[in-house]
Design a protein around this ligand. Sequence first.
Ligand SMILES: [Cu+2]
Length: 123
Amino acid sequence: MKIIMTPGKAFKAFLLLISITAILSGCGSKATNEDPVRRYELKGRVESVDLSRNKVRVNHEDIKGYMDAMIMDFTVRDEATLRDLKAGDQITGILVYDSRTNLTGLRMSKSNQWQSRPGKVIT
Ligand SMILES: [Cu+2]
């Protein structure tokens, strides 16, 4: 019995090869070029702290390229940082957006340049 490569079979093999190449190159570019974690500088004032939920409610300034000024809750994973915060603190930090929105590298700001603005509450 001979195995004959008919034009139809050859074409199917060719298509299969093309799709495997496409999948592999797709994975490759995703791993090297796309960073799913995004970081933004954040500046604002602490409204309240919820230790049981690891949340801090911040009245924040515009976050360039991400969102307008508003009052909203952020997750702070580091409990020690969260315990240091209290309502009225001026803070700066890095907002890390991965699967959830987290706030890291929080620092107290001594500057009084930041002005409170009315915002909507987003939880
Ligand atoms: Cu916001």
